[in-house]
Write a protein that binds this ligand. Structure first.
Ligand SMILES: Nc1ccc2ncsc2c1
Length: 248
């Protein structure tokens, strides 16, 4: 997979050189390219924003630099598929595990990091003439820009690519993972020592009975989900995956 990220803060993405994503990039499994939006400005101050038409607070990102950047970055050969453009924005559809799974199947993604009050809306409309465009939100809270959201989305997507996680099975056991963990959050986890500050590891985990361990883990995941995510518990109940016993 190739990922292009356009931003006025390329240094924000230094964490993508670390750990499993860094290793995947070094091995050639993953091609992540950073682009400074100001490279597509031509005035002395490398201006990327201006006041909003209609008045109001803050500044809006100008369309010209974005249009030129996307022409270059998202450009493609005549027989190449266009990349999918992802616009991180609080007004977008929720970014969920299902969205991560779907984006992980794309050969190319381009992320456009907005700042200030956002990017001039004509940029997305113009890009949609040449490529699929989707607006995604990582949650209902205030951020200063899209960079943190893109870090979240890139990690959630790229960890699903074959070969990126050391143990392919672990993704399947993650909270929200499709299949057994759909609409479930993970329960408690333990490692050595068996007793720590008078707290013992649940004996079933030491039993060697894998069936009992699997049942215990699912029960604990259900209990945690009911306790911390009643919204997911409702979905589980609606799907018939949650009986009354689990709600206690
Ligand atoms: N403030 C805010 C909230 C969510 C979100 N998702 C992508 S950019 C963004 C910005």
């Amino acid at each position: 997979m190739r990922i292009d990220i356009i931003t006025i803060f390329p240094e924000y993405f230094a964490p993508l050189e670390l750990s499993l994503i860094g290793k995947a990039r070094a091995s050639g499994l993953l091609d992540i390219r950073l682009h400074d939006l100001r490279s597509w400005t031509h005035d002395r101050h490398n201006t990327v924003d201006d006041t909003p038409f209609g008045g109001g607070p803050g500044m809006v990102m100008k369309p010209e630099p974005w249009g030129a950047a996307l022409d270059d970055v998202a450009g493609r050969g005549p027989d190449e598929r266009p990349p999918r453009l992802v616009l991180p924005t609080p007004s977008g559809r929720p970014f969920t595990q299902a969205a991560a799974d779907r984006l992980a199947g794309e050969p190319r993604l381009v992320f456009a990091c907005g700042r200030y009050e956002g990017i001039d809306s004509r940029v997305a409309a113009d890009a949609a003439l040449r490529m699929p465009v989707e607006e995604l939100s990582v949650g209902d809270y205030v951020l200063n820009g899209g960079e943190s959201a893109v870090l979240v989305m890139v990690e959630a997507v790229t960890r699903l690519l074959p070969g990126v996680l050391g143990n392919a099975d672990s993704a399947a056991q993650d909270s929200f993972a499709p299949g057994a963990m759909h609409n479930l959050v993970e329960g408690p986890v333990y490692t050595k020592p068996r007793v720590w500050r008078d707290q013992e590891v649940p004996p079933v985990l030491l039993s060697g009975d894998h069936g009992a361990v699997d049942r215990w883990r699912r029960d604990e995941a259900l209990r945690k989900t009911v306790r911390t995510r009643p919204d997911l518990a409702e979905r589980l109940a609606a799907e018939g995956d949650l009986d009354r016993r689990d709600r206690e």
